[in-house]
Every structure is written in structure tokens, then in C-alpha cells.
Ligand binder design. Structure first.
Ligand code: AP5
Length: 221
């Protein structure tokens, strides 16, 4: 199965991706995580991407497309993948479709997790992420057992640089202008599945898991 998660910032894509990986064992590629690791490591990619990320903008297509397509060519992704944060523009979607077509593969489904803008602001301003493995928490909705410490690996919880209120607003504008057109793009190709991201994480997960299980059955027939 080749699955894509799409949705506004803070919709819960990363939260659901963690659960989907546990359910279905799909290799997970999140361009936001890849870029943040590049920034932390001080690579050329990270140096070029940082200013865009800090300003709530997308990094240029020519920087990210090659990185993601290379990751998908790895042995890890040979039997399927779960993408989070890619594609984010029509040009990225075209490049992905073309690259998969060349090797006789196609997208199984695009999972849209949608939430209103005001909920995005509430969620991102309270989000905390573990420094080591990106496990996600929220100070009010999903707090860790011990403040500031990841339940799963004991590492420190941090706030992302782009979760500041002024950057959150810019990320929302970027989403509506550049990424939301993908909803029509994939709906027109009959690949889109919609999920109400304003439900609880468990309710969203139950719905997503049932949908993926059905897709897997259909795929096997
Ligand atoms: P990226 O890291 O992909 O950020 P994003 O898409 O803005 O998504 P987030 O990670 O902020 O949110 P999420 O939907 O995963 O929500 P989460 O599960 O954490 O990208 C960052 C930047 O990198 C971009 O701005 C761009 O600059 C660059 N970039 C990345 N990919 C790119 C690309 N392809 N092209 C160009 N540039 C690219 O949940 C959020 C919070 O809500 C958490 O605290 C969580 O605990 C809580 N929560 C989750 N679900 C629920 C729920 N159901 N109810 C209540 N609380 C919930």
C-alpha cells in the first residue's frame, strides 16, 4: 500500500501516522522530520531549508522533490509507504505520480485529515515533541505522564520553532494557497478519503484504521 497523509498543519497527521505504523507496519517518510533533521545536522539541505521553515513557507520544490524520491527508491519503501507532508504542491504531486508510474506503482489512497483553522492554532500552540523520535504530545489534550519527558523513550520534550503564534498563522495561509488544491487534484483521481480531524485522536484513528483495512482487502482481491 502506498498511502499519503494530507491536511493542514496540526491536523494530527503525525499523531495518526504513529498509530498507522503500529497497525500496518508501513515505512514512514515525513518530509518535515527529514528537513528538521537536516537543519539540526547543518547539512546543505538544512541550511537552505531553515529560513523557509522558520517563516512558515514551503521549501522550494526543487529542494524537496529529489530528497523524497530518493527515499522512496530505498529498499525500505519497496513494499509500500506512508507519506506525511509530501506532496504539498501540485508540482510535487505530479513528480510523485510520474516517478511511481515509471516503476509500475501507484498511489493507493490519499487520507485527508481536516480541522478548522482555529483548532490548528489551539493544537500547535500546546504541542510538544520528543527530541529523539518525534513522539507527539499536547500540554492539555494529550499530556505526558511526567511533564517535559517523553513517555516512550524518556527524552526531553521540546517546542518546535515554527509553533510560535505568528508562524502558525503563516503556515495556515501557505496551506490554503499551496497545499489545499491537492484535495481537488486527488479527488478528481478518485483517491481521496476524508477524515474529521476534530474528533478525538482515538476516534480519528478508528476511522482511519478501518478505511486502510478495507483498502488492503480490496488490494488483495
Ligand atoms: P511538517 O513537519 O510537515 O508540518 P505540518 O504539515 O505543518 O504538520 P505538523 O507536523 O505541524 O502537524 P500534524 O498534522 O503532524 O499534527 P500533530 O500530529 O503533530 O512541515 C514543517 C515545515 O517543513 C513546513 O512548514 C515546510 O516549511 C517544510 N516542509 C515539509 N514538507 C515539505 C514539502 N513537501 N514541501 C515543501 N516544504 C515542506 O498534532 C498537532 C498537535 O495536536 C499535537 O500536540 C497533538 O498531540 C495534538 N492532536 C493531534 N490530534 C489531535 C486530536 N484529534 N484532538 C486533539 N489534539 C490532537
Amino acid at each position: 500500500m502506498n498511502l499519503i497523509l494530507v491536511g493542514p498543519p496540526g491536523a494530527g497527521k503525525g499523531t495518526q501516522a504513529e498509530r498507522i505504523q503500529q497497525d500496518f507496519g508501513l515505512p514512514y517518510f515525513a518530509t518535515g522530520n527529514i528537513l528538521r533533521a537536516a537543519v539540526a545536522d547543518g547539512t546543505d539541505l538544512g541550511k537552505q531549508a531553515k529560513a523557509f521553515m522558520d517563516d512558515g513557507k514551503l521549501v522550494p520544490d526543487e529542494l524537496i522533490i529529489g530528497v523524497l524520491l530518493e527515499a522512496l527508491q530505498s529498499a525500505d519503501a519497496a513494499d509500500g509507504f506512508l507519506l506525511d507532508g509530501f506532496p504539498r504542491t501540485i508540482a510535487q504531486a505530479d513528480a510523485l505520480g510520474e516517478a511511481l508510474g515509471k516503476v509500475g506503482r501507484k498511489i493507493t489512497a490519499v487520507l485527508l485529515i481536516d480541522v478548522p483553522d482555529e483548532e490548528v492554532v489551539r493544537r500547535l500552540s500546546g504541542r510538544r515533541e520528543c527530541a529523539k523520535n518525534h513522539h507527539t504530545y499536547h500540554v492539555d489534550f494529550d499530556p505526558p505522564k511526567h511533564e517535559g519527558v517523553c513517555d516512550q523513550d524518556g527524552s526531553k520534550l521540546i517546542q518546535r520553532d515554527d509553533d510560535k503564534p505568528e508562524v502558525i498563522k503563516k503556515r495556515l495561509v501557505t496551506y490554503h494557497e499551496q497545499t489545499e488544491p491537492l484535495v481537488d487534484y486527488y479527488e478528481g483521481r478518485d483517491l481521496l478519503r476524508r477524515f474529521d480531524g476534530s474528533r478525538t485522536p482515538t476516534e480519528v484513528h478508528d476511522h482511519v484504521r478501518a478505511t486502510i483495512a478495507t483498502l488492503r482487502l480490496e488490494d488483495a482481491i
